[in-house]
Design a protein around this ligand. Structure first.
Ligand code: GDP
Length: 522
């Protein structure tokens, strides 16, 4: 098969959601379609009890690497699907954001009973700033949820994206009859545990329900549909691909209901691997020479196994196991024979990979996040990954002052690796760490102890809202503990605002100071 055919088959995406919205349940159903697992409930072994953060190290120890992140892939309807897991629970970290740089589209799951929740907003913003197409699945229709119109309105308002309902529910919870599939022009009838029944629009019998309540629900839905057709925005594939419109599907991952029709439409619509920017060109996936970049490095928490896995997204050409590659940063030549790909929870060795695929490479400490690998014929460097704004900050010191040297070395290396971000207090030069999830601190502490033999003290300065300043010099008198002034690694000033109120107050009082939100500029 030639390169073009392989590229055209590839669909690489992530599922984002707030904890408990149904990401795991949905992933399991998709894997069932791909026949990667025999029964639901095997992804992450989560159904046997969710693991809390404290269990996490234990789990990492038992399994070696990678409970928190994996790549699953399978063939479906002639496509080759890569699902990148974005940890969404206590193990939320900057890696979650970086993973989103390696996908071509995203499925956003929203719990119909809750609407949009905090974590969805964060992840959504990253997609938005990178122009990633977003497909929305509104889950848990089998329960009494919020009004569908209200849900759409919330998505449009909070996330600032146009919505287009691909299907529309007839009732919810106990009154749930099924969904009108506007795209395929069919009614998908919900029959409890039985298989879904598909009825084409033109053969729909309006009198199908004898029950009066059901009849009423059905008629109500028909009116809503007419309203949508008249007043809703028209569907635009072009806008979907630009990330300006999101196709919305209603269903239930658990039932499961509407999942298969959703996924079939999704794989057809979702974009194939897109070209990627280098420092001076745009590399098409069809480009013959192999290239890719590393978007995440996963360290093994088990002290007995220091190996790490670097996750690489193939951007062009064909990858073959055992091939020799060149690392652009230092022009080092490396033979890649230990390549692993993750399928559900079992590790497999990858023989070949194509653009859109993600491969895990054994890392003896060679790689950094953002590194470009090529087949060595040409030296290119993919664009740096953006710096994502952290929101949890802690002061860090070594417990034992005699260990200053190891402390500095460990800190430098872990920061460089992208495990955590480092800031210096201004003007007092205290060291401040920034992360997007508590887990990053646990991993940091653990690795400092086991890899660099240093115990660290972390003093929380709480959740903060960071805003960068574009000035070289600032009036330090404007800031105090409430609005803390710090510098990032590039020497750029930023302010850590205590809360939204403090931020608004400051912005109002000092209109001359331009405050930059990294989510808006990357
Ligand atoms: P995650 O945290 O996003 O991965 O969410 P899970 O997939 O673990 O789901 C959280 C809870 O919601 C579990 O108890 C699921 O059984 C339940 N759940 C998921 N999908 C549905 C659904 O469609 N309907 C109902 N009633 N419950 C669901």
């Amino acid at each position: 098969m030639n390169l073009n055919d392989e590229i055209n088959k590839r669909k690489t995406f992530a599922i984002i959601s707030h904890p408990d919205a149904g990401k795991t349940t949905m992933t399991e159903k998709l894997l069932l379609f791909g026949q990667q697992i025999r029964s639901a409930g095997t992804v992450k072994g989560k159904k046997s009890g969710k693991f809390a953060t404290s269990d996490w190290m234990e789990i990492e120890k038992q399994r070696g690497i990678s409970v928190t992140s994996s790549v699953m892939n399978f063939s479906y309807q002639g496509y080759y699907v890569n699902i990148l897991d974005t940890p969404g629970h206590e193990d939320f970290s900057e890696d979650t954001y970086r993973t989103l740089t390696a996908v071509d589209s995203v499925i956003m799951i929203i719990d119909a009973t809750k609407g949009i929740e905090a974590q969805t907003i964060k992840l959504f913003k990253v997609c938005k700033m990178r122009g990633i197409p977003i497909f929305t699945f509104i889950n848990k229709l089998d329960r009494e949820g919020r009004d569908p119109f209200e849900l759409l309105e919330q998505i449009e308002e909070v996330l600032e994206i146009e919505t287009y309902p691909m299907n529309w529910p007839a009732g919810m919870g106990k009154r749930f009859l099924g969904i009108f599939d506007r795209y395929q022009e069919q009614f998908v009838r919900f029959k409890g545990n039985e298989e879904e029944e598909l009825i084409p629009y033109d053969t729909l019998d309006h009198e199908q329900y004898h029950d009066l309540t059901k009849q009423a629900t059905y008629q109500e839905t028909e009116e809503e549909l007419a309203l949508l057709d008249e007043a809703g925005d028209p569907f635009s594939m072009e806008r979907v691909l630009k990330g300006e419109q999101t196709p919305v599907f209603f269903g239930s991952a658990l039932a499961p209901f509407g999942v298969e029709t959703f996924f079939k439409t999704f794989v057809e619509m979702a974009p194939n691997p897109k070209p990627r920017k280098t420092t001076d060109a745009l590399i098409q996936p069809e480009h013959e020479a192999f290239s890719g970049y590393i978007f995440k490095i996963q360290a093994n928490m088990n002290p007995a196994h220091r190996d790490r896995i670097a996750f690489l997204r193939v951007c062009s050409g064909r990858f073959e196991r055992g091939m020799t590659v060149k690392l652009t940063r230092n022009e080092k030549t490396i033979k890649l024979n230990q390549t692993q790909q993750f399928v559900a929870s079992a590790r497999e060795t990858v023989e070949v990979a194509y653009p859109g695929d993600i491969i895990g490479i054994y890392d003896p400490g060679y790689y950094r996040i953002g590194d470009t690998l090529t087949d060595g014929k040409e030296l290119i460097q993919y664009d740096e990954l953006p710096q994502f704004p952290p929101d949890l900050f802690k002061r860090v010191t070594a417990k034992n002052v005699m260990k200053a040297k190891q402390f500095k070395k460990g800190l430098e290396q872990l920061v460089q690796e992208g495990a955590i971000q480092l800031f210096t207090g201004h003007p007092y030069e205290s060291l401040i760490l920034g992360a997007v999830g508590e887990l990053q601190y646990q991993v940091f502490e653990h690795r400092m102890k086991h890899e660099y033999n240093v115990e660290v003290s972390l003093e929380s300065i709480g959740e903060r809202i960071p805003r960068w300043l574009d000035e070289e010099t600032v009036d330090v008198n404007l800031f105090d503990d409430r609005n803390m002034l710090v510098k990032d690694r590039e020497g750029q000033f930023l302010v850590l605002f205590k809360n939204q109120f403090a931020l608004n107050w400051f912005a109002d009082k000092h209109k001359e100071v331009r405050l930059i939100d990294l989510f808006d500029v990357n």
